[in-house]
Design a binder for this molecule. Structure first.
Ligand code: HPA
Length: 277
């Protein structure tokens, strides 16, 4: 008999519960909303809301302003499954717990995810309030959700991370941004565990490594998505200059203020990208 794969079993149970709660909706696109970016979920039409707590084996969100619920309905003319709030490593979640909802989306038939966050800008040519399309990432969390036997039983553990951030989706995002008069950057994102912000010395090191932005999410989700062959688009809102850049000292309040200010453009950008997919 084949060895028991607990992760696979848990994913099946979670996906089948979520499927039942979605009342026949069949989402094609998954959207993960980062800090302060949750209001986009309120624009989903004909929405059904499922708190993470109703899904077996799924962790709840404890982060500030992360509602911790799925919102499924219509956005940009497509059926989307939005995570209004995400799970972070710094909340005490294991890498597999962080990745779990991404794999659940895949089980439900979602083929593409748009993952978003608020990030610190390391690149000095960026401005607070800029959007940055992720071209690639540096995983500096020291963790990886594919570690262990069970993920390897779902899909092969040695897979390429080249073009993890889909070149066609990046081109689409640039096109949509320019059509809507929204200026965007494109750069390398560095993800770490947090929850303390970085030191100026760390930021200088990350800049030397080629990182343009930094935050405490996304990389584990993207590794999980690529593991099962989902297409990925990543968009950061530069909510602050990274620690030490132009004398910056980041704070949680600043992140939310900037997210609130940039909300209309953020909603338009993501909605029109979904429409163009
Ligand atoms: N560092 C890490 N995470 C962040 C930042 C930052 O400067 N801004 C928003 N999330």
């Amino acid at each position: 008999m084949a060895e028991e794969n607990v992760l696979k079993e848990n994913l099946r149970e979670a996906a089948s519960r979520l499927h039942a709660l979605l009342g026949g909706r069949e989402p094609e696109v998954g959207i993960i909303l980062g800090s302060g970016l949750g209001p986009l979920a309120d624009q989903v039409e004909d929405a059904v809301v499922v708190p993470f707590g109703q899904i077996p084996h799924m962790k709840r969100s404890t982060a500030t302003n992360h509602k911790g619920q799925f919102v499924c309905g219509s956005l940009g003319g497509k059926c989307v499954l939005v995570m209004q709030g995400r799970l972070h490593g710094y909340e005490g979640n294991t890498p597999q717990e962080v990745a779990f909802p991404v794999w659940v989306m895949h089980e439900l038939g979602v083929g593409t995810i748009i993952t978003t966050n608020a990030a610190g800008a390391i690149n000095e040519s960026y401005n607070v309030g800029d959007f940055c399309i992720m071209s690639d990432h540096i995983n500096f969390t020291g963790r990886n959700p594919i570690v262990g036997q069970d993920p390897d039983g779902i899909a092969f553990r040695f897979f390429s991370m080249k073009d993890a951030y889909d070149p066609e989706l990046r081109a689409l995002a640039h096109r949509v941004a320019s059509e809507n008069g929204i200026s965007v950057q494109e750069g390398v994102y560095l993800g770490l565990l947090g929850p303390s912000f970085e030191t100026p010395a760390e930021i200088r090191m990350f800049r030397a490594w080629g990182a343009d932005t930094v935050a405490m999410s996304v990389v584990e989700e993207v590794i999980a998505a690529r593991h099962v062959g989902m297409r990925v688009l990543g968009i950061s809102l530069c909510s602050n200059m990274a620690c030490g850049i132009e004398g910056a000292s980041p704070s949680d309040e600043e992140v939310f203020e900037v997210a609130q200010r940039r909300e209309p453009d953020f909603c338009r950008l993501v909605t029109e990208v979904v429409r163009g997919m």
